[in-house]
Design a protein around this ligand. Structure first.
Ligand code: FAD
Length: 268
């Protein structure tokens, strides 16, 4: 048996790659995880900024929270909760009408459970990826094994299996933005090509705002915005469990239950 028999490379340290790597490792498979960003987290990352007074502010600038209903994901989240990686965010949420400029519906605390990473949304990915090797991937070549070559030309090893958790790994958009060829050549996987091509991509902006004083006139810690073409929702990050700084965050985004979906895909 070759020493690559049980070696799997996971590309991407977002929640799906992190859960995948952790699940494979727990089942005795040797996993190497490659992440091209500074650290794990992906669209559940946390950003640090310095305020004028030197105070460090932390913003969850991707998913602000997630909720779970799938029983398998519920079990996983309970385990993360027992490890102190996530906590329930028990606050009031509501709706803001951009036409009347009023809060028109306040949801009572505890109606639906919202979970957040502690102390940041990226904590789950960081913990799950902590025992995996981190590298950078430029291109792959398939014969019987996957050979991974780093951006500086270094040999990152050969792998029996490869899990690509980010659509950008195959997207031609990466070439438009970076001028580099996508790391995974879809000519090698024609049947996947069409499926991936049809996946919608919806860009959005996240605006991170910090206030010296609490915004006491806002009756909720998070709200969806109705009747606005620009804004979708706003959340108060500093009201989340395990946060100590004063911060607010406001974004344009079409809400989804993407986090649960990303987790579920990779524990199956
Ligand atoms: C603003 C915003 C708000 C959201 N709100 C919610 C919400 O309220 N509830 C909810 O459930 N979900 C929400 N989501 C969606 C949720 O964040 C995502 O569905 C989930 O985090 C996706 O995880 P993923 O692992 O599939 O992908 P990602 O998190 O995108 O991870 C992919 C990883 O692959 C890495 N990568 C890319 N190319 C390479 C390469 N060549 N080599 C190595 N690594 C590579 C990337 O750096 C990244 O870390 C929101 C997302 C955003 C952006």
């Amino acid at each position: 048996m070759s020493n690559t028999a049980f070696k799997v490379a996971v590309l991407g340290g977002g929640i799906s790659g992190a859960v995948c790597a952790s699940t494979l490792a727990r089942n005795g498979i040797s996993v190497t995880l490659f992440e091209s960003a500074r650290g794990p987290g992906g669209r559940m990352s946390q950003r640090r900024e310095k305020a004028e007074d030197g105070k460090e502010l932390h913003f969850d600038h991707g998913a602000p929270f997630f909720s779970v209903s799938n029983p398998e994901v519920v079990r996983l989240v309970q385990e993360w909760e027992s490890r102190g990686l996530v906590a329930e965010w028990k606050e009031k949420f509501g709706f803001f009408d951009f036409q009347t400029l009023k809060f028109d519906s306040i949801e009572q605390e505890g109606l639906s459970k919202r979970f957040v990473g502690v102390p940041g949304m990226n904590s789950i990915c960081k913990a799950l990826c902590s025992e995996s090797g981190i590298g950078r991937v430029e291109w792959l070549n398939d014969e019987k094994l996957w050979s991974l070559i780093g951006v500086d030309g270094q040999n990152l090893g050969q792998f029996k299996g490869l899990v690509a958790s980010d659509k950008n790994i195959v997207s031609t958009r990466i070439a438009e933005v970076t001028g580099r060829v996508p790391p995974l050549d879809l000519k090698l996987l024609p049947e996947l090509s069409e499926k991936l091509h049809n996946l919608p991509v919806r860009p959005c902006f996240a605006v991170m705002l910090a206030f010296a004083e609490p915004l006491s006139t806002i009756p909720v810690k998070g709200f969806s915005i109705k009747n606005s073409k620009l804004l979708s929702w706003a959340y108060c990050d500093s009201s989340k469990p395990g946060r100590s700084t004063t911060s607010r965050i406001c974004r344009e985004y079409n809400r989804s239950n993407g986090t649960q979906e990303a987790i579920r895909r990779y524990i199956e």
